[in-house]
Ligand binder design. Structure first.
Ligand code: Z2T
Length: 839
């Protein structure tokens, strides 16, 4: 079969108006056509999902014009391109954002309602692609949105997991994981490109040989070869014609049967190989930090990285005579160390396949990659046992040894007799069982290294990557995270968007600093009034949703106190619980106590093998149940754990929050991005001096931020002095009462063993210093309660928070990456005149 472009085909492009038109009538017609000819349904038999699919295809047609024009322009103009390599892209639903970015939300709404439907209901049909765990994957998605909006040539490369992050159910208070079958009804946003498949080697051995020119070379004879098939999703920018590509790889067996084995009678061996190949892209590993060292995970990493680099090289050679200028045309960003095997793989491709000598290959490689670190948890730094690594990738192992040998040789000159330094810097950890340290490979093989918030970058330099900072300080910089206001404000919070735009116009959507204009309205009582009404309405919507989902009635006039994020001890959801139990305990002792009524809302998934995180979920649900069934509380406290927190639910909950809980132990949260989404939607933050909280507080002003807890320095000092949580337990009566209440079985129907591991861990170990921060947190929360009683005051603070969040747009982050790391300029995309321009 010939799958290459057929240049003899001459055909003037005539595109039916039904595939390009942006007016209501055309869209209505297109919708009806797609229902018939793509979904194959008569209107009277169409389900909501059929109608969603018909609409999605209608919008996809409008994207394809822009997407193809974008690709053609990049080719013609021979642009420099950034490639974002990420094992995760947590993009969330596409439909609403594409409507907003195209500027046709209203037209489509009208077209849909004239057909007797509600657009919001169709939007809600979309199954979100959960191809990520949390912040890291979601950041990659925000960055794709900003790259397109800023008209930067970019490709996002990743894995097309057949099953994304599991769906979470709660049974008897415990998390239960359900397979995420996001593809089962089809995915209208992707296009398979089987003609661009590539092959990836695994296992086997290497041999040396002499080529026809008498050069010694290495050859990798693999055990098996896996095929990677690209699936492309267009990512459209906001009110521009740029539509970049997110290219995700699916693994398949090279031949449907291994005939060598089959003919030898090894039928099962042959099928086994096919099954294993297909397994590589089967499922996302649901661990955030730390990841678990499973062999299949390493195969996933190499699979998508090798596919992506081969793809880049093929595109490059289509436009250039050689790979000599590869690093001038491409900048490849490593999203954490997950794709860092790319350093060795690019060396292999340049040397073994394209016959570069070592030095030239190394120069190109080092100038191609840049590395972003996302964590300070030492246990989350990836390292792979040499035994596994060497068996899976024998040729890469040789290359890594050579990189390391040459690297250490240079170090030896700088630090002649410092063996400690050498072993600390080495890419191979030889202290016990041998490992490949992926962060070291990334640091040595990259031209730039960055952290994701100011504090995080400082701690990388001082601590985690200190020896590398000493060696090459010029490689290090900070790039504080950001989030896209298109999804996290415009799409998720249309009411707030309208209220803001009414006052300051709509420029802020692309230039978030313009939100500053809102400061002029903090003293406008009418504006504050409508601000509060909007918040109330959104909270009422969420209350309905909560009732529908979990059958709990909550009062929208109470303070909505929200903590949504992955469940992790360092994020300290259980510190939040200690506060709740403290209030409950106070009310039990003093039923007439005047407290600000609160609704505590939790959401988040626990890694399936993380016992303590799962126990925290059980604790939240147990406390919720007891409080809910206690008539003396009289609705003054409500606790809700909403199952299956994901992007879709995030879009619902951020706009409804009054208080954002950002309470990690100082020095543990690299940045956080949820903190930004809350604040942009007018909630106030209670938080520690950790990650981007510090910068948020700097921007919104200390007086508009509820600060508590130890600083990073204090945490370090306390640890060094021998932290003893028991002192807090014995000296703080209220804290002791709270821990004892949980330990006694009061929240577990008398079972005093259930929460014992959690309580004992706090009293005797407390690695995240909850007890040290307890009193400061409780006092700070009391201040929050009082502040909320003065609604006029609270509204001022909320408005100021929104007005001062400009820095945290991912557009700002991407501009910094473009200027300081990628050195890439925008490229304008002009649509051909037969395509109707954006509204
Ligand atoms: C992740 O979501 C984050 C860090 C990781 O380190 C892994 C995962 Cl899956 C390997 C988060 C950080 O915890 C968070 O602070 C940060 O805001 C986010 O990455 C994006 O940088």
């Amino acid at each position: 079969m010939d799958t290459s472009p057929d240049t003899s085909f001459v055909c003037p492009i005539i595109i039916e108006d039904d595939r390009t038109g942006l007016d209501t009538e055309t869209i209505r017609r297109a919708l009806r056509d797609n229902l018939l000819y793509i979904q194959g349904k008569l209107p009277e038999l169409a389900s909501k999902n059929d109608l969603y699919m018909a609409l999605a295809y209608t919008i996809r047609d409008r994207l394809l014009q822009r997407w193809l024009t974008t690709q053609q322009t990049y080719l013609k103009k021979d642009v420099r391109t950034v490639c974002y390599l990420s094992a995760e892209f947590l993009v969330g639903p596409h439909l609403a954002n594409n409507l907003i970015n195209l500027g046709i939300y209203e037209q489509v709404q009208k077209a849909v309602s004239e057909s007797g439907l509600k657009l919001e209901e169709l939007i809600a049909q979309e199954e979100e692609p959960g191809l990520g765990n949390g912040g890291l994957g979601r950041l990659a998605a925000c960055y794709l949105d900003s790259l397109s909006t800023l008209e930067i040539p970019a490709i996002g490369y990743g894995i097309r997991y057949e099953f994304g992050i599991f769906d979470q159910e709660i049974h008897d208070g415990w998390q239960v994981e359900i397979t995420d079958k996001w593809l089962q009804y089809g995915n209208p946003w992707e296009i398979a490109r089987p003609e661009s498949s590539v092959e990836v080697k695994f296992g086997g051995y290497t041999e040396s040989y002499t080529d026809e020119n008498g050069n010694y070379r290495s050859r990798w004879i693999p055990d098996y070869v896996v095929k990677g098939i690209p699936y492309d999703t267009p990512i459209l920018g906001y009110r521009v014609n740029t539509a970049n590509t997110m290219r995700l790889w699916k693994s398949e067996a090279c031949e449907s049967f291994d005939f060598g084995r089959f003919n030898r009678g090894d039928y099962y061996g042959a099928v086994d190989n096919k099954v294993h190949s297909e397994n590589i892209s089967k499922v996302l590993y649901p661990n955030d930090e730390p990841i678990q060292g499973k062999e299949l995970r390493l195969e996933q990493q190499y699979f998508f990285v090798s596919c992506s680099l081969q793809d880049l090289i093929r595109i490059h050679l289509y436009e250039n005579p050689s790979l000599d200028n590869f690093h001038q045309k491409w900048s490849v960003q490593l999203n954490d160390t997950h794709p860092s095997v790319g350093v060795a793989e690019l060396m292999r491709l340049l040397i073994d396949v394209h016959h570069f000598d070592w030095d030239k290959a190394w120069f190109i490689t080092q100038n191609t990659f840049a590395y972003t670190n996302h964590t300070l948890l030492p246990e989350a730094l990836e390292k792979w046992p040499l035994s596994i690594f060497g068996r899976l990738f024998p040729r890469l192992m040789e290359i890594i040894y050579e990189i390391n040998y040459r690297f250490l040789d240079k170090i030896r000159i700088i630090y002649p007799h410092d063996d400690g330094k050498m072993s600390r810097l080495s890419i191979i950890d030889e202290s016990g069982e041998k490992y490949v340290r992926m962060a070291h490979l990334a640091c040595v093989g990259s031209q730039a290294i960055n952290g994701v918030a100011a504090l995080h970058t400082e701690l990388l330099k001082k601590d985690v990557l200190r020896d590398f900072y000493e060696l090459f300080p010029e490689k290090f910089s900070n790039k504080t995270n950001g989030v896209t206001p298109r999804r996290w404000m415009v799409s998720s919070n249309p009411r707030l968007t309208f209220a803001i735009t009414e006052k300051i116009g709509e420029n802020w959507i692309k230039h978030l600093e313009d939100l500053r204009g809102l400061e002029n309205y903090v003293d406008d009582g009418g504006f504050r009034d409508s601000w509060r009404r909007i918040k109330y309405d959104i909270k009422a919507d969420l209350a309905n949703y909560i009732d529908k989902k979990v059958g709990i009635k909550v009062d929208p006039s109470t303070l909505f106190d929200v903590q949504v994020k992955r469940i992790h001890e360092y994020k300290r959801q259980h510190l939040n619980v200690l506060h709740i139990v403290t209030l409950y305990h106070r009310l039990k002792n003093n039923p007439n106590l005047d407290i600000t009524p609160r609704t505590f809302i939790f959401g988040g998934k626990a890694a399936p093998g993380y016992f303590m995180a799962k126990l925290i979920i059980k604790l939240i649900n147990s406390v919720a149940e007891v409080i809910d069934n206690d008539p003396t509380i009289g609705g003054r406290l409500k606790v809700v754990f909403l199952p299956d927190y994901n992007v879709t639910f995030g879009q619902r909950v951020y706009p409804a929050a009054d208080l954002s809980e950002q309470i990690s132990t100082a020095g543990k949260e690299a940045s956080g991005t949820g903190n930004m989404k809350f604040s942009m939607n007018g909630s106030l933050t209670i938080g520690t001096l950790d990650g981007a909280n510090i910068e948020i507080r700097e921007e919104v002003g200390a007086e508009n931020f509820f600060l508590f807890g130890l600083t990073t320095e204090e945490v370090y000092a306390k640890k060094a002095a021998g932290y003893n949580p028991q002192e807090y337990y014995y000296h703080n009566e209220e804290l002791r009462a709270v821990l004892d209440l949980i330990g006694s079985g009061f929240f577990s129907r008398g079972d005093s063993s259930l929460f014992r591991p959690l309580v004992d861990n706090l009293i005797y170990n407390d690695p995240y210093m909850l007890l040290a921060d307890y009193q400061s947190y409780i006092d700070c929360q009391e201040g929050v309660g009082w502040a909320y009683k003065d609604q006029e005051h609270w509204s001022r603070l909320a408005i100021l928070n929104v007005a001062r969040m400009g820095k945290f747009s991912s557009d700002r982050s991407i501009r910094e990456y473009c200027e300081e790391i990628w050195r890439i300029q925008p490229v304008k995309i002009e649509l051909p005149d037969y395509i109707q321009a954006n509204a």
